[in-house]
Design a protein around this ligand. Structure first.
Ligand code: FES
Ligand code: MG
Length: 599
């Protein structure tokens, strides 16, 4: 371990704390960081100053355990010769934030860029967990490009109810069907759902949180083996300590996000996403991180590199198990080891610990072949995302792993083509409309209906709402129909197993094709041709477009200043729904010099 005495003239924190050419500013910067007990010797010792970007709080229960873990991170930083400075990140909590947590991802990104760039930090530990905390942190680290490593908080312990596993989110979608079918009451509903959250940590299913933390590890931005460790396990505290040690080494080696976040690393993450059955939010977030990193990545890459990869991780919603099982079976290194051995990963990419993917996963073993299946006995073949287009949208994604045999047989349009499906549109203008009408007999839904949700995209429902997964009317559930295909310009929770077509771009609120569809229109989805179309004549669609008002009433007025600002600066889901003008600010710690003095 370092004695902390080796000087690092290149450290950016020196220009705040130890600049003999600028004594009045140095004094001004130093005095305030002394006021809580740091010493002048420490601040001028040449030790790297390491930020701990704290995303946990009472508002963000998923990440709250980071408040404890940060103590172990500090000990690691100190033992390796650094000085830790912990600071808050604008909160993002997926379920509690209204109208959407998506709205806060870009806000959190912006504020973290300002913090990392504008304060004396030489490196940073990003505390990640709840869905959008991971992309927000990685996007900011990519933009600023100082050495950065992520620490996952870990999933909750497995939930149990009457001897069965209850998984975050997934149990909500099941309980809502049970409530609609009259099998449970309100109290039973809440009890069943609460059983899925037995401890601190993030959603224990393969929802967006497990997905994005796994992909962060696959990208090489966290320590190997770190994503799957459940939050309360002792290994998690040890992992926090090792992460603290590692970031100081990274600063000394000047290993930055730009050295790790290469196109090959992103393609690896896309393949891992298919193998784990990752969330449909992953392309939005990964594409966003890539754009801020200056790496070419688009939806077609998901189709080209991820689509054919089989699903091998047997976690809910596509499978049976939960987070603790995934960890015990070997977690992300076991998955990556299998993919690498099958020639499905690039092994020679650098990761945060200075080793390659190949070195990191050498010797990784699968310890439970039912939780992580062998590639020749997967849960599903070709389980990635497929990218569709047509007159309903330019792009949308569909998770192939959730398409059931029941769906295949019910919507098959002609026996000669197993990939062509037809149904009839039922259109909802926002989730309120859906909740009001779903059980109305006048809705006319049947077993060949396709439920369409519009007004739920990044502009219409600012940030993009996870409202596309809709349940069938209660009468259909009682008749044994548990899912209807859903399609929309919003997102779907990663914990939902609905066969949905999501993230449609451009969205209805800015005049995308979904703005023209009407209840009763026949809709054809051809997975072979990768198309989704309303079977409506061109003339009729032109007539409908002429009638279209520019801002339909399902796009309500902004309620906060940020909602309005966001609507004016944010792009569509296919481009990661990033702040478009931010993309040109790349590697700013190197390309834009130091910020000017504050006084
Ligand atoms: Fe925060 Fe799922 S709601 S991790
Ligand atoms: Mg969600």
């Amino acid at each position: 371990m370092s004695d902390g005495n080796d000087k690092h003239p290149q450290l950016r924190s020196r220009s705040w704390f130890d600049d003999p050419a600028n004594p009045d500013m140095t004094a001004l910067y130093v005095e305030r960081y002394l006021n809580y007990g740091l010493s002048l010797e420490e601040l001028q010792s040449g030790r790297p100053i390491i930020g701990i970007a704290q995303t946990g709080s009472d508002l963000v229960p998923c990440n709250r355990h980071h408040i404890e873990l940060a103590k172990r991170v500090r000990e690691g930083i100190r033992d390796a010769g650094g000085i830790a400075i912990e600071f808050p990140v604008h909160p993002i909590q997926e379920t509690g934030k209204r109208p959407t947590a998506g709205l806060d991802r870009n806000l959190s990104y912006l504020s973290l860029v300002e913090s990392l760039y504008g304060y004396p930090m030489d490196g940073v530990v990003l505390t990640i967990g709840c869905d959008k905390t991971t992309p927000a942190c990685l996007m900011a680290a990519a933009t600023v490009n100082i050495p950065a490593i992520a620490l996952s908080v870990g999933p909750m312990l497995n939930g149990w109810f009457k001897g069965e596993r209850t998984g975050s989110g997934t149990i909500v979608w099941k309980a809502r069907e049970m409530l609609a079918a009259g099998e449970i009451d309100y109290k039973g509903f809440v009890e069943l759902v609460a059983s899925s959250a037995p401890s601190t940590g993030w959603c224990n299913t393969m929802g967006t949180a497990t997905t994005m933390n796994s992909l962060c590890e696959a990208l090489g931005m966290s320590l190997p083996g770190s994503a799957a460790i459940p939050a309360p396990y002792r290994d998690r505290g040890e992992n926090a300590y090792r992460t603290g040690l590692q970031i100081v080494e990274m600063v000394k080696a000047d290993r930055k996000p730009s050295d790790i976040l290469t196109r090959e690393a992103f393609l690896n993450a896309i393949r891992v996403n298919s193998a784990i059955g990752g969330s449909t939010n992953a392309p939005i977030h990964l594409n966003a991180i890539a754009r801020h990193a200056g790496v070419e990545l688009c939806l077609e890459d998901w189709q080209a590199h991820g689509c054919e990869v089989p699903l091998i991780v047997n976690l809910q919603p596509a499978g049976s198990y939960l987070g603790e099982d995934f960890y015990r079976a070997g977690g992300v290194p076991a998955v990556m080891g299998m993919l690498l051995n099958a020639g499905l990963l690039e092994g020679d990419v650098l990761t945060a610990n200075g080793k390659t993917v190949r070195e990191n996963v050498a010797g990784a073993e699968c310890l439970d072949a039912d939780v992580i299946r062998p590639l020749d006995n997967p849960l599903k073949q070709a389980a990635g995302l497929t990218v569709l287009s047509g007159n309903l949208f330019d792009t949308a994604v569909m998770k192939l792993s959730v398409i059931s045999d029941e769906f295949r047989s019910r919507y098959l349009s002609d026996a000669s083509d197993p990939d062509a499906f037809e149904g009839t549109a039922i259109v909802f203008d926002g989730p309120e409309d859906y909740h009001t009408r779903i059980d109305d007999p006048a809705l006319g839904a049947n077993e060949k209906s396709i439920l369409i949700m519009r007004g739920a995209g990044p502009i219409g429902y600012p940030g993009g709402a996870e409202v596309v997964n809709m349940r069938p009317p209660a009468t259909l559930i009682q008749a044994g129909i548990h899912a209807l295909p859903c399609l929309g310009d919003g997102r779907q929770s990663g914990t939902s197993g609905s066969p949905s077509i999501l993230n449609a771009a451009p969205e209805a609120a800015i005049g995308g094709g979904l703005a023209l569809v009407r209840t009763g229109d026949p809709v054809r989805i051809d997975l072979g041709k990768r198309t989704a179309n309303m079977l409506v004549s061109r003339e009729e669609l032109e007539r409908r477009r002429e009638e279209l008002e520019l801002t339909p009433d399902y796009v309500p007025a902004s309620q906060t200043p940020w909602q309005e600002i966001h609507r004016n600066i944010t792009g569509q889901f296919d481009g990661g729904a990033v702040i478009e003008l931010a993309v040109k600010y790349q590697r700013i710690a190197q390309t834009r010099g130091l910020p000017r003095d504050s006084h």
